[in-house]
Design a protein around this ligand. Structure first.
Ligand code: GLN
Length: 275
């Protein structure tokens, strides 16, 4: 079975064909498939496996077929309603975690465009004192995020809201940290076929990829407590645009940080006391 699946994926041009075929087989079997994957597989499971291989050959992302992904130390359920959490975003969580860990007074975290909930939930898992406000305009995504919060045992410290960015929170609600991985791809960017299965509104943000930040940044100074921090993920090549937007939003200087691959990837702004 394993060989057959691997051959089909290889023929479809999938580079990690052997491993992927094995992971899908183990997923269908619900158990490790042995060193050669040669055991007899009941007919019904065979059919399920072949159907999965067929979908993967059509470039449905592996993570949607498996139904979950490991992210920053937690397991996150994913469906086509949510963006598949990316490794760069684990680095964003790590930046947030380190900042919060050193400032035990900081309790209130906002995660804008939470999708699967991965950022807020990973932070809440690590830091038992914090409470997270997480918003998303897609209700189907919020259902997934709620379930992920329950599965990871942090549901009572999460406040999910349906709406875009800060929209559903009264003006009196302020945060010690605002963290976000909004859509930031340029419309029409050339991408691998798998992205065609992910929610468009989670990926693209206008001509230059900065439309989401055009909406978010002007609100940030109003929503962040003094001493608080804003952390966002962005695309390589967006640093200049981001600096301009931040300036126009009354944030002044922002810091741009690189990801593990050396690309400019994160924007950071600390709200200092007014002089
Ligand atoms: N916050 C979620 C993530 O980082 C969703 C992001 C998005 O949909 N753009 O995976």
């Amino acid at each position: 079975m394993w060989n057959e699946g691997a051959a089909a994926l290889r023929a479809a041009g999938i580079s990690n064909a052997r491993n992927e075929a094995r992971w899908l087989l183990e997923h269908v079997l619900g158990a490790p498939c042995g060193p050669f994957g040669a055991q007899a597989v009941p007919a019904a499971l065979c059919r399920r496996y072949r159907a999965m291989i067929e979908r993967r050959a059509k470039r449905v992302p592996l993570q949607y077929l498996l139904g979950s992904v490991e992210f920053a130390g937690i397991v996150v359920k994913v469906t086509p309603a949510v963006l598949i959490p990316r490794p760069e975003t684990e680095e964003l969580v790590e930046l947030g975690r380190r900042w919060l860990e050193q400032r035990r007074w900081a309790r209130r975290v906002a995660d804008l465009g939470t999708g699967s909930g991965c950022i807020a939930i990973a932070l809440a898992r690590e830091l038992p004192e914090i409470e997270c406000w997480a918003s998303d305009s897609n209700r189907a995504a919020l259902r997934v995020a709620r379930e992920n919060a329950r599965r990871n045992g942090v549901a009572e410290r999460m406040h999910f809201a349906s709406g875009s960015w800060f929209e559903s929170w009264g003006a009196e609600i302020h945060f010690d940290m605002i963290i976000t991985n909004p859509p930031y791809m340029e419309r029409g960017a050339r991408v691998e076929a798998e992205l065609g299965y992910e929610p468009e509104e989670a990926l693209y943000a206008g001509e230059d990829g900065l439309d989401a930040y055009r909406e978010i940044l002007p609100e940030v100074p109003r929503r962040l407590n003094t001493g608080g921090i804003f952390l966002g993920e962005m695309g390589a090549g967006q640093a200049a645009g981001m600096r301009g937007l931040a300036c126009a939003s009354g944030m002044g200087e922002v810091e741009i940080l690189r990801d593990a691959g050396g690309r400019e990837r994160f924007v950071k702004w600390a709200r200092r006391a007014e002089k």
